[in-house]
Design a protein around this ligand. Structure first.
Ligand SMILES: Nc1ncnc2c1ncn2[C@@H]1O[C@H](COP(=O)(O)OP(=O)(O)OP(=O)(O)O)[C@@H](O)[C@H]1O
Ligand SMILES: [Mg+2]
Length: 291
């Protein structure tokens, strides 16, 4: 039998858990070292828009806590692959499993944050502040101008802080640089506290000086906030120093594995994959290059 005192302690814990742990998961580092399961799996996926297949025989697993970099030449199917994961396109053949559920049954889309390749082609005349744009990430179902209560303010500010844009909170989005806007869209994508964040070429438009701080921010999201990251990029020269896993896509996956294994792939093989000379930034920082 549980004593009265234990009951009180149990209710206090439940209350603390529901108020602090459940509603404020970003206050705590998620224990990614415990994570072993794949949160996204693609099995024998094939896709074509109309005529030719642009994705063939894709088998890809994304472990929880990973930082996966997807690289490949223009038109190799990277954005298409992301849209399949996001359910925006349906595979012609094969299976997609999200958080252990068949994609057709999956409903918890707030667990997946996404910033599209076109996010930086934003209409700069749009009349909304940074705060309002980020807040709109909480109203995916109800539309941009749905009222958001004051009690969501800490959550919104936390997302803005996570991308180091707290000094621009009341600025109009149109007055920001491309790189700053990109950060705001990332804040919008993480405000609903997703488990995974998918970014399609986020460093396009970010100058080389700011690319490093941009990657530092992603590192913070991945390591401190425990958000699994998927990043499509041409910037293979830099990513091998940042990501835990690499996928090389050119209609089919030519490589998919840990960054350590990717380091073993010869530059010559990589150049064949891309069809031109490629240099990676090795961990001795001897070479630098991008695609
Ligand atoms: N809506 C569409 N209708 C028909 N074909 C499409 C459509 N979108 C993309 N494609 C084609 O599918 C192929 C893959 O396109 P995708 O956008 O996935 O490539 P990508 O690797 O993201 O390229 P990039 O690096 O230029 O962004 C390309 O040949 C493209 O022309
Ligand atoms: Mg693309």
């Amino acid at each position: 039998m549980v004593s009265g005192k234990s009951n009180v302690l149990l209710s206090v814990w439940k209350c603390v858990y529901s108020v602090v742990v459940k509603s404020e998961p970003f206050l705590f580092e998620r224990d990614v070292s415990m994570a072993s399961s794949n949160i996204i799996e693609l099995k024998n996926v094939n896709y074509r828009y109309d005529r030719d297949f642009v994705l063939t025989n894709i088998n890809l697993a994304i472990p929880q806590g990973a930082f996966l970099g997807i690289v490949g030449p223009n038109g190799s199917g990277k954005s298409t692959l992301l849209k399949i994961i996001l359910g925006l396109l349906k595979p012609r053949e094969g299976k997609v499993v999200l958080f252990d559920q068949a994609q057709a049954k999956f409903r918890e889309w707030e667990r997946i944050g996404y910033v599209s390749q076109k996010a930086n082609a934003f209409n700069t005349g749009f009349p909304a502040t940074v705060y309002e744009v980020v807040a709109s990430g909480l109203t995916k179902k109800t539309g941009l101008f749905h009222m958001i209560g004051k009690k969501r303010r800490p959550q919104i500010e936390k997302a803005i802080k996570a991308v180091s844009m707290e000094n621009f909170m009341d600025r109009n989005i149109g007055e920001l640089s491309g790189g700053q806007q990109q950060r705001v869209f990332i804040a919008r994508a993480i405000v609903s506290e997703p488990d995974i964040l998918i970014l399609d070429e986020p460093t396009v438009g970010v100058d080389s000086k700011n690319v490093q701080t941009f990657y530092d921010m992603l590192d913070h999201l991945n390591k401190k906030l425990g958000i699994t990251l998927v990043l499509v990029t041409h910037d293979i020269g830099t990513i091998t120093n940042k990501v835990t896993h690499v996928a090389c896509l050119n209609n089919t996956l030519h490589f998919h594995g840990s960054t350590a294994d990717f380091e073993q792939v010869k530059d010559q093989e990589l150049s064949q994959f891309y069809g031109h000379d490629v240099q990676r930034l090795h961990h001795d920082h001897a070479h630098e290059g991008s695609l």
